[in-house]
Write a new protein. Structure first.
Length: 269
């Protein structure tokens, strides 16, 4: 039995219009131009120094090969504090992001509500968490709470954007079914929207928790507590063996969080 012949025309790749080709050339040409213009400001001329100053790097790396775990209990305790900062920051961010995500979605909110909410989310995302953390350090003093609030506001803007996009992608059928029963708008959201987006929202929140576990270490630079504060103190005192031990503790903790997060997300699918 012979196989049916496929017309030769169907085997040809689709032809692209002149406008599509011109757009691609302009896009990639623009990226190449920006890279070329940025070569000087980014100091890419210093790239050869990475190899010419290799002796300094070898000496620096040699210290990292001898991690100092003499105070491992303190490091583990501070890493646990960092995780707690990230956990509370992410939890508060979710509380902030839920109303922002609902109010900022095109299919639930009118423009006069949606646009101000979207600009607020842009503001929260645009301001670095170090700047927000510094503001809270000035307001409430040094300590983990400033780090929690910095992560909460910055992550709230990020999750709010992601949550709104998830809401905009929902199936309208369940919402219309709930509306047909005479339900109020709030009931439409609770019974028609939330069940559809809850798994995706949870996945986004877990991703951000992983990211915040790393970001919380940087907040130690401004005195927001956690292992980051010990990390920067060790760097400033050139105690690279201790820095190596701190780095290992951070990597192990973040890896464990990532594995736990993957397990939870796999059960949501």
């Amino acid at each position: 039995m012979t196989e049916p012949q496929v017309p030769a025309d169907t085997l040809k790749p689709p032809k692209r219009s002149l406008g599509e080709i011109a757009f691609d050339i302009a896009l990639w040409g623009g990226i190449a131009a920006v890279l070329a213009v940025s070569f000087g400001p980014a100091e890419m001329v210093k790239l050869p120094l990475v190899f010419s100053n290799s002796d300094n790097m070898r000496q620096f790396g040699a210290e990292f090969l001898r991690p100092d775990f003499s105070d491992w209990k303190l490091l583990v305790a501070q890493m646990w504090l960092t995780i707690q900062i990230a956990l509370w920051g992410t939890f508060l961010a979710v509380i902030i992001a839920i109303p922002l995500g609902l109010a900022g979605s095109r299919n639930l909110s009118p423009p006069f509500i949606r646009q101000p909410v979207r600009r607020l989310m842009d503001l929260l995302r645009a301001v670095p968490d170090l700047v927000i953390g510094t503001m809270f350090v000035v307001a409430v003093g040094l300590g983990p709470f400033a780090g929690v609030m910095a992560l909460a506001l910055n992550t709230g803007g990020v999750l709010g954007k992601l949550f709104s996009e998830a809401v905009e992608a929902i199936d309208k059928g369940p919402v219309e079914g709930v509306r047909a029963t005479g339900a109020a708008p709030l009931q439409e959201i609770v019974w028609g929207v939330i069940p559809q987006v809850a798994p995706l929202w949870t996945s986004y929140a877990l991703y951000r928790f992983e990211s915040n576990s790393r970001a919380a270490t940087i907040l130690g630079l401004i005195g927001a507590g956690g292992i980051g504060q010990i990390l920067f103190d060790s760097l400033n005192s050139f105690a690279y063996a201790r820095v190596s031990a701190i780095g290992i503790v951070i990597v192990v903790a973040v890896t464990c969080i990532d594995m736990l997060s993957q397990t939870i997300r796999s059960r949501l699918i």
